[in-house]
Design a protein around this ligand. Structure first.
Ligand code: SOE
Length: 386
């Protein structure tokens, strides 16, 4: 008898859309999973908007109070896609109610909140995961396999990563929640630097010390006119103070001796959602660019000297590449939305088998430790241990 897992999702905007699509697709493309997912309840405070989202995204019920979702005995998984200031309260309540918890990144606004969330899921013994979807880009999963197989050699020297967006480069963009410390916790740092920190931890290892700088280029922004409506929020006539970073740049050391060099900004005109990383080891290098997300570039000294160069691996061969057997024949490529489906497939398997699945809340806490150390370094203008 195949198990059914009923999902209650809190939130319905950008990540609500991405998660709804993934919950709907996961059983179609991963039929081997030991459970079928039901899109039971979608929740949001705006009754009109969340009912529209219920209808469009195909959820069974719409709810306006997350507490009712957490208290519902029919719900097995609570999926948190709301702004960062709600993550801790909802996740802790969901854990106490015995639900498996999937939480969007960053885990929380602060280190203190993250510690409380980890304590709650550990005490409740519930499966928990932070939705760092980029780990499960097949090319990134292949990079992880190649590093673990020693294809870069036993020593890694560099992890160099950049996450560059442009959507706040216009000073007229309104002061939405991602620009308010009391809601977001930080700006580009927790929003997108968190993603490349997660990739560094995943691909290279733990980070031990950091030295960074943070900058807020635009100090005042127009307040939203008539409330926030995601990316199409209109700017009003009044202004408010930006209380988070616009950009962050930092160096650091990994426990294994590799050097970290990361940068995240939402002011890079021309870069819409550009994630790149390069890893240099003693025997070779890997390069990845999200704008060409189905390819992984690989250089190896194993190749004869006269024809050494970066090879261009088009990832997606069913027999040899991660997740490829669940999608299309070689060369048909996949996109952003598939990274959430891959993530949810691994999460569902873990929920059914009662085992942990990375990145866990513990990973999210470690991510927050790095975020906090970089922030402390930027303030104190000195090296800080994680
Ligand atoms: C905004 O910067 C954002 O939506 C992030 O919050 C997401 O995590 C990232 O994947 C895309 O950009």
């Amino acid at each position: 008898m195949i198990k059914t897992l009923r999902v209650g999702m809190i939130g319905y905007r950008f990540m609500g859309k991405a998660h709804s699509n993934a919950w709907r697709q996961v059983n179609r493309f991963f039929p081997e999973l030991p459970a079928r997912v039901e899109l039971a309840t979608i929740c949001g405070r705006n009754a009109v908007e969340v009912e529209k989202a219920r209808d469009i995204f195909g959820w069974q019920r719409a709810e306006n109070d997350w507490r009712a979702v957490v208290a519902d005995p029919r719900i097995d998984i609570v999926d948190i896609t709301t702004p960062n200031d709600t993550h801790a309260e909802i996740a802790i309540a969901a854990a106490r109610a015995g639900k498996a918890v999937l939480c969007e990144k960053p885990l929380s606004r602060t280190l203190a909140e993250a510690k409380q969330m980890v304590a709650a899921v550990k005490k409740a013994g519930v499966v928990n995961m932070v939705c760092h979807n980029y780990r499960r880009i097949p090319a990134v999963a292949l990079a992880k396999q190649m590093i673990e197989n020693g294809e870069l050699g036993s020593r890694i020297y560099h992890f160099r990563a950049r996450y560059a967006q442009q959507w706040l480069a216009d000073p007229g963009s309104p002061l939405t929640w991602r620009l308010k410390k009391e809601i977001a916790g930080s700006g580009a740092h927790g929003d997108i630097d968190a993603h490349i920190i997660d990739l560094g931890r995943h691909l290279v290892g733990e980070i031990t010390e950091v030295c960074g700088l943070m900058e807020t280029f635009v100090k005042q922004r127009p307040l939203p006119d008539g409330g926030e409506s995601g990316r199409d929020t209109k700017a009003g006539a009044k202004f408010g103070k930006v209380t988070v970073d616009d950009a962050v740049s930092w160096i650091g050391r990994f426990k294994n001796g590799a050097i970290a060099n990361l940068e995240a900004t939402r002011f890079a005109r021309g870069r819409k959602n550009n994630i790149t990383f390069e890893i240099n080891g003693e025997k070779g290098s890997l390069f990845f660019d999200f704008e060409d997300m189905n390819r992984l570039k690989f250089f190896s000294t194993d190749a004869p000297a006269h024809r050494r160069g970066f090879t261009d691996i088009l990832v997606g061969d069913c027999e040899v590449h991660p997740y490829a057997k669940n999608w299309w024949p070689p060369g048909h490529i996949i996109g952003y939305e598939h990274t959430f489906v891959n993530t949810f497939a691994d999460f569902i398997a873990a929920v059914v088998n009662g085992r942990s699945v990375h990145p866990t809340f513990e990973d999210g806490l470690q991510n927050e430790r790095v975020l906090a150390a970089v922030e402390k370094s930027a303030t104190s203008r000195r090296w800080v241990k994680v």
